[in-house]
Design a protein around this ligand. Structure first.
Ligand SMILES: [Zn+2]
Length: 120
């Protein structure tokens, strides 16, 4: 399964792989490899991933929970809305349109519309 990157609500880079999201944990000073930690910290997930300096995934981590593509999709949708809305004046209409385009699985994980309007 391919991995990809997005940005969090705080605009930190996040790694998405197999329905889990990771936040950057540390960077190796010698190889430039990046260690990512699963963002499910509240359930103490031990999942960790490593990517090389060229963004190649080097290991497949194990998690103590099921993949949650809805959550990943919601984070990506918010990142996309934020990126696009920053160049758009019709924010409200844009957010509504973007919400209409995401799947139901994703939409239940999205923040409330009022939150998105405030953010974008
Ligand atoms: Zn995990």
């Amino acid at each position: 399964m391919a991995h990809r990157f997005t940005v969090s609500e705080l605009e930190h880079r996040k790694l998405i792989h197999n329905g889990s999201m990771y936040t950057r944990h540390s960077t190796s000073s010698t190889l430039g490899n990046i260690t990512w930690r699963c963002d499910q910290r509240d359930i103490k997930c031990p999942g960790k991933a490593t990517t090389s300096s060229k963004d190649v995934l080097l290991c497949t981590p194990e998690h103590n929970h099921q993949p949650d593509w809805g959550r990943c999709g919601a984070t990506e949708a918010v990142a996309q809305m934020t990126a696009t809305a920053s160049t758009s004046r019709a924010t409200s209409a844009f957010v509504q349109g973007a919400i209409a385009r995401v799947s139901i699985e994703v939409s239940v994980k999205l923040p409330k519309t009022s939150f998105l309007k405030r953010k974008v």
